[in-house]
Write a protein that binds this ligand. Structure first.
Ligand code: TV1
Ligand code: CA
Ligand code: ZN
Length: 384
């Protein structure tokens, strides 16, 4: 089938913690943790749970979180949630409760510490299943919080589960590839491993004036010290479609696999790179997004699939359900089965693959040949 080009099955482990469904960033906030519960409900309704091993829920411990975060920041996350510290203390220095243009990216919310432990525990548990050789692919759609820094929250991310998972994998594998297809630049993970020659980070993202995280992820940002040329960035303009995206993605990722030869891959599958996202301005279809997953799967290297961004929740849930099917190597029917959340899919005609209305692709401006130029620059970095 299309999602299983090599015809091989994979042993897939799946992490889902129902304790995340009710986490609330606030009434106007774009980040809606319930989308993971929606994806899970879809996965279940398609019968995909029967094709995977369900990983046991295990929240990360304070020590595990402290392995990649500063002690004082971790103490603050815990104490604020448990009411041991007033929310009025100096939380803004840690990226929390900062009001910018009337909105707060990283609010101090009820259950914040528990939420951090649950989503990062999922990525750690999934990484351990790969390290133990118990699975070929491990999935945690509640993870992928790529902006969190060692000492502060950023971009809706409180703790960096990806950095934790990569660190865990490094205890078992010599080289780990991190690939990030979220519409935003994977700055937190890039920074954590910029000087490492055992981790290569690759981020594809929208890079336009005023788009978060602003000055990061330029095509010539290639890492530093012993990690030089092991950071790659593929910036894009608005309106990128499937065809243009894959004209960059395939040659770049094929070459990355060839020169870096990772023993494990961590892939952040942020669904805000899809057409119609509330924040992103790229035009990928679910099929185009999932082809990135299928392509990485085809190398048959232990693969950790994580969530991330994604703000039009019906699109996000459909995308991650479809990618779960790609992971197990099953083609699923386009008609969404009737289930608890099915009314959310009315706008897309109760289909997984909603239509992409093609607008102007600012990357495909013949004269500038942006796609070819950028791809060649990245391939040139890779040749070093
Ligand atoms: C509350 C209510 C928060 C409404 C945040 C969009 C809101 C945003 C909100 C928002 C929003 C951002 C900035 C703030 C500079 C800062 C999970 C002016 C309509 C991985 C994080 C994007 C992306 C942060 C996370 C960004 C991820 N965009 N309405 N905030 N500011 N922050 O631009 O990569 O997907 O927008
Ligand atoms: Ca990205
Ligand atoms: Zn994002």
């Amino acid at each position: 089938s299309a999602s299983c080009p090599d015809g091989q099955k994979r042993r897939v482990c799946y992490y889902y913690d129902s304790g995340i469904a009710n986490v609330d960033y606030g009434p106007r906030h774009n980040m809606v943790p319930r989308r993971v519960d929606m994806a899970h409900a879809l996965v279940r309704s398609y019968g995909l749970l029967d094709d995977m091993t369900r990983l046991r829920e295990r929240p990360a411990t304070e020590d595990e979180i402290c392995a990649v975060h500063d002690h004082d920041y971790v103490d603050l996350l815990r104490d604020l949630t448990l009411g041991n510290k007033p929310v009025t203390c100096d939380v803004k220095a840690y990226g929390l409760n900062k009001v910018v243009n009337g909105s707060i990216d990283n609010p101090v919310i009820p259950g914040m510490w528990d939420y951090c432990q649950r989503y990062s525990g999922g990525s750690l548990t999934a990484a351990r299943a790969l390290a133990a050789g118990e699975a070929d692919i491990a999935i945690n759609w509640s993870g992928g919080m790529h902006h969190a820094c060692s000492g502060k929250a950023s971009g809706f991310c409180y703790v960096n589960d990806i950095t934790m998972a990569v660190t865990e994998l490094l205890a078992h594998f010599r080289r780990v590839l991190y690939l990030d297809i979220d519409v935003h630049h994977g700055d937190g993970v890039e920074a954590a491993f910029a000087d490492s020659n055992r981790v290569m980070t690759v981020s594809f993202h929208q890079c336009t004036e005023g788009f978060f995280p602003f000055k990061n992820g330029l095509v010539d940002d290639v890492g530093e010290g012993t990690g030089i040329y092991r950071t790659l960035n593929v910036p894009m303009k608005e309106g990128m479609d499937d065809e243009g995206y894959h004209r960059m993605f395939r040659p770049i990722m094929a070459r990355v696999m060839e020169v870096f030869q990772p023993e494990a891959i961590v892939m952040q599958c942020g669904a805000d790179s899809l057409f119609g996202d509330k924040l992103g301005r790229l035009n990928l279809s679910i099929g185009g997004h999932a082809r990135c997953v299928a392509f990485m799967r085809s190398f048959n290297v232990p693969l950790l699939l994580l969530g991330g961004g994604g703000y039009t929740v019906n699109h996000v849930a459909a995308c991650w359900c479809y990618e779960t099917a790609v992971a197990v190597g099953k083609e699923i029917h386009d008609d969404i089965p009737s289930h608890w959340y099915d009314h959310y899919y009315q706008d897309q005609g109760y289909k997984i693959h909603y239509p992409v209305k093609q607008g102007r692709n600012k990357n495909d401006n013949g004269r500038e040949a942006y796609i070819a130029t950028t791809t060649n620059k990245v391939l040139d970095h890779l040749s070093k």
